[in-house]
Each structure stands twice: as C-alpha cells, then as structure tokens.
Design a protein around this ligand. Structure first.
Ligand SMILES: [Zn+2]
Length: 161
C-alpha cells in the first residue's frame, strides 16, 4: 500500500504531534493499513481485539484520533454522520458502495487542477466571495453487484456469528 508507515516512522509521527506511541496505537494502525475497505471504528475494534483481546472501543477511538491528528491517517465522514478511517494521508479518490457502506481507493492519479478544468472561473469567484478553498474530495458512489458484496463480506471474516 502506498505511504504505509513502518513502526519507527509511526512512533516519530505520533511523538512529534505530542501523542504517546503505544502498542495499542501501533496495532490500530497496522489493522487500518491492511484493511482495504476503510473500516469504521467499530470494525477496527473487532479486528484489533483478535490481537489485543482486552482493548476497549474507547481506546480504539482514542488511537484513531491520535493517528489522524499525527497526519498518518485520515477520517472520512459521510453525509449521515458516520465515519470511516483511511491509513493513507496522501490525496486520492474513493469509491463508496451505498449498499454496504464500504469505501475503496481508486487507482486514478490525483489531479490538483481538476476543479479548474471543470470550471475555470470557480476558484476566483469563491475567493471573491471570501471562501478559501483548501482542497477537494471526489467520491464515486454506487453499488457492487450482490456477488461482489458476498465475496467482500466473506473476505472480511464477519465476527458477528
Ligand atoms: Zn483511501
């Protein structure tokens, strides 16, 4: 995976941002960087619990917060207020399945000039209105067909039953 940090880099990023580097935080990051569907905090909790059985959901939330604040992970919020986490902090595009809620990276290279290509006058207009653009997000939405959903669920090893 692109831009995955090793534990030394991770420790340095956490400590530089003022967070302690703990076994739990390293385990949360490792789980996140291996999960391709951009898991929710609850899903990270279920995964990390297999390695650290005594970890609490609150500790997982705190670890995710530390990783995001240290710039090694990104929090992706959806319109319904739910959040998923991404071990990548570089700019990239996503695809969201509206049936399962899973989010996946797209292979398309990020284009910093895409908005200017869509609407050459937009940036200037927004600046005149006093709005400072700091970036943009692009997410394709749709549905996997049912076979793909079943395979994805099997592949993630549901802990529900
Ligand atoms: Zn991503």
């Amino acid at each position: 995976m692109l831009s995955a940090f090793d534990h030394d880099d991770l420790r340095s990023a956490l400590e530089t941002a003022g967070w302690r580097c703990t076994t739990q935080r390293l385990a949360v990051y490792d789980h996140l960087s291996c999960a391709e569907h951009h898991p929710t905090a609850e899903e990270v909790y279920q995964g990390v619990r297999r390695i650290i059985p005594k970890i609490s959901l609150a500790t997982v939330y705190k670890a995710l917060e530390a990783l995001v604040a240290s710039g090694v992970a990104t929090k992706l919020t959806a319109g319904d207020g739910s959040a998923r986490y991404d071990a990548r902090s570089d700019q990239h595009y996503h695809l969201r399945c509206l049936r399962s809620g899973s989010v996946h990276d797209l292979p398309t290279p990020f284009d910093p000039d895409l908005i200017a290509k869509l609407d050459p006058a937009l940036m200037q207009t927004l600046r005149q209105q006093g709005f400072q653009v700091t970036g943009y997000r692009l997410e394709l939405v749709g549905f996997y067909d049912q076979d793909a959903v079943n395979n994805a669920v099997d592949g993630e090893g549901s802990a529900a039953q």
